[in-house]
Design a protein around this ligand. Structure first.
Ligand code: ZN
Length: 195
């Protein structure tokens, strides 16, 4: 039996062990309290490792290439941050670096570290998983993706825009991040870390 608070109405409920794919709902407001996910740890670990591998080409290869008046310009994630620093937009540069490069990278590393060693629980792993929760909502890859799409449409009138390998890797990274988020069963991880 596990005591869980409803995220919507705060009612405390006791949840018995669930079978795979079974879910528990709040008896007062009907919100989903817990869903048993099949092979959550190995699936999330696979998504996170795939994401980490995609992180390298997403950062190294150009996301967009602009061609105008015989000139060619590559745009990578890091070059975007450097361009913001050159324009003295310090705060935007720091935020862009943190939200699109540093935090997603640390998130992947923490998740792989915790899940990969969850069969040998330790206080350090619990601390890492707590850090993961802390920064979980701060990686904003999807908002950056939206910015890339807007740039594609807007710059298309001024220059010839060619999409690069970095963009496809970035889209892959976005998909693996969503996959890891959906397949992660935080309760199961905490139960393993507790034991
Ligand atoms: Zn409720």
């Amino acid at each position: 039996m596990r005591l869980t608070a409803c995220p919507h109405c705060d009612l405390l409920s006791e949840i018995a062990a669930l079978q795979p794919r079974e879910s528990a709902h709040c008896r007062r407001c009907g919100s989903l309290l817990y869903q048993h996910k099949v092979r959550s740890i190995s699936r999330t670990l696979a998504w996170a490792i795939a994401g980490l591998l995609l992180f390298i080409p997403a950062n190294v290869y150009p996301i967009l290439q602009l061609q105008a008046l015989g000139m060619e310009q590559d745009a990578t994630l890091l070059k975007g941050v450097i361009a913001l620093i050159d324009n003295r937009l310090w705060m935007v540069a720091i935020l862009t670096f943190l939200l699109t490069i540093a935090i997603p990278l640390v998130k992947h590393l923490l998740l792989i570290g915790v899940l990969g060693r969850s069969h040998r629980p330790s206080p350090r792993l619990a601390r890492w998983f707590r850090y993961y929760h802390l920064i979980d909502s701060w990686g904003m890859l999807e908002i950056y993706m939206l910015g890339i799409l807007i740039a594609l449409v807007k710059l298309g009138d001024l220059a010839e825009v060619v999409t690069g390998l970095g963009l496809y890797s970035f889209i892959g990274l976005l998909i693996t991040s969503i996959g890891a988020h959906i397949s992660l069963d935080k309760n199961e991880v905490w139960e393993r870390l507790e034991s």
